[in-house]
Design a binder for this molecule. Structure first.
Ligand SMILES: *Cc1c(COP(=O)(O)O)cnc(C)c1O
Length: 386
């Protein structure tokens, strides 16, 4: 299916709403029936149509159709956050006594689910270095039901061989989930490699404007129905019609934004690699990246998120660099119009600062939609004044 068709037309039925170009926000909690038999049928299967907006909603359905097509999946559900997409996809696939194999350092709230919530219900997790397929083979136990991936992850960009992991999991009857927030479905399609469930935080590139928190989960029609009938309806974690509308709007420009960010990112990387205050840059599609070959083979792009290590004598200089920036904002998240930075040392107490620890000199940079030179000038003055 053409990308332009998905972003501009798929799922939209303008004749149903006065041929308006922009779809309506169906801001309603409930839907009326004329016949008892129709109402009964909907009670029996809420996934078959509109009943109540905690379940299905027409504006959300337009978005679901587009996002499932982008992922190359049969179906998808859209959640009120990426974290709830993680929560629902994991919860739906474990029961007491089960075991999960997860990549090390997954997204914070995936890890908290594995470490804090699931052990209370007798579900255990083993973390592995996912860069080697043998580590998955060794970690699988007779009670392993789920393999949790994040490729690349969002600080060091460690990558898993998605095809190899999917094959291994299938041979053992294990479900695979992959967090695809880094690439977005434009630049990586885990379903095509045999992964069962793919999720992303739509708060990042899909929204694209730093004004919405949402998450997407795609997979087979039967798995989506199973999750809808249980976790989705029970926890009430679906996206609201207004936020769905914002994401439809974000999708219109997704490709254009990502292409622009990709070009700016390569300019920013060349600048950083040549600055004496920068020790190294970590970016999956940079030839110096340790897993460059694999990244290149399964991702068609990498967009704007990278890490850099400063060459400094004191951690205070890292702090100074961040505080010297005049335009690049210090904030969490990424994927919006604005460039952002997070210093790793913001998670370290000042008394524990250790300049010999490379991690303490690490910064995560997100390149947004500004002019490349505007960003380079800002970083240049900030680096030259530390
Ligand atoms: C942001 C993020 C999430 C969580 O998404 P929210 O929309 O913030 O709940 C999950 N995974 C990754 C890799 C993320 O960057």
């Amino acid at each position: 299916m053409d990308l332009s068709f998905i972003l501009n037309e798929l799922g939209e039925d303008r004749e149903h709403y006065f041929n308006a170009i922009a779809p309506p926000i169906m801001q309603t909690s409930n839907f009326a029936f004329r016949k008892v038999s129709d109402m009964r049928a909907r009670f029996e299967d809420e996934y078959s149509g509109f009943l109540y907006s905690r379940g299905l909603n027409p504006t959300v359905d337009i978005l679901r159709t587009k996002l499932a097509a982008l992922d190359g999946a049969e179906d998808c559900l859209v959640f009120n956050s990426g974290a709830s997409a993680i929560f629902a996809s994991v919860l739906a696939n474990v029961k007491s006594g089960d075991h999960i194999v997860s990549v090390q350092k997954p997204y914070t709230w995936a890890q908290k689910m594995f470490d804090v919530i699931l052990p209370r219900f007798g579900v255990t997790t083993t973390y592995i270095d996912g860069t080697k397929i043998e580590n998955f083979e060794h970690a699988i136990l007779p009670n392993t039901t789920l393999i949790y991936l994040e490729s690349p992850n969002s600080w060091e960009f460690a990558i898993q061989d998605l095809k190899a992991v999917a094959e291994l999991a299938k041979s053992e009857g294990i479900i695979t989930i992959c967090d695809n927030s880094y690439c977005s479905p434009l630049y990586q399609k885990p379903i095509n490699y045999g992964i069962d469930l793919v999720l992303q935080s739509a708060s990042k590139y899909i929204s694209g404007h730093s004004d919405t928190v949402a998450g997407v989960l795609s997979g087979s029609a039967s798995m989506m129905k199973k999750i809808f009938d249980s976790e989705y309806l029970n926890a009430g974690i679906g996206i609201t019609p207004f936020n769905a509308w914002l994401l439809i709007r974000g999708l219109r420009t997704l490709q254009a934004r990502l292409e622009r960010i990709t070009i700016t990112t390569s300019k920013v990387i060349s600048f950083l690699k040549n600055h004496p205050r920068v020790e190294s840059v970590c970016f999956p599609l940079d030839p110096t990246f340790p897993q460059y070959e694999l990244a290149h083979s399964q991702m068609t792009g990498a967009c704007g998120l990278m890490s850099l290590y400063l060459k400094v004598e004191k951690i205070e200089q890292v702090v100074q660099f961040c505080e010297n920036l005049k335009h690049i904002l210090m904030a969490v998240s990424w994927g919006g119009h604005e460039s952002l930075i997070i210093p790793r040392c913001a998670s370290v107490k000042p008394e524990d600062y250790d300049v010999s620890n490379k991690d303490h000199r690490m910064l995560r940079l997100y390149v947004g939609l500004e002019e490349p030179q505007y960003l380079i000038d800002d970083m240049n003055q900030a680096l030259n004044n530390i």
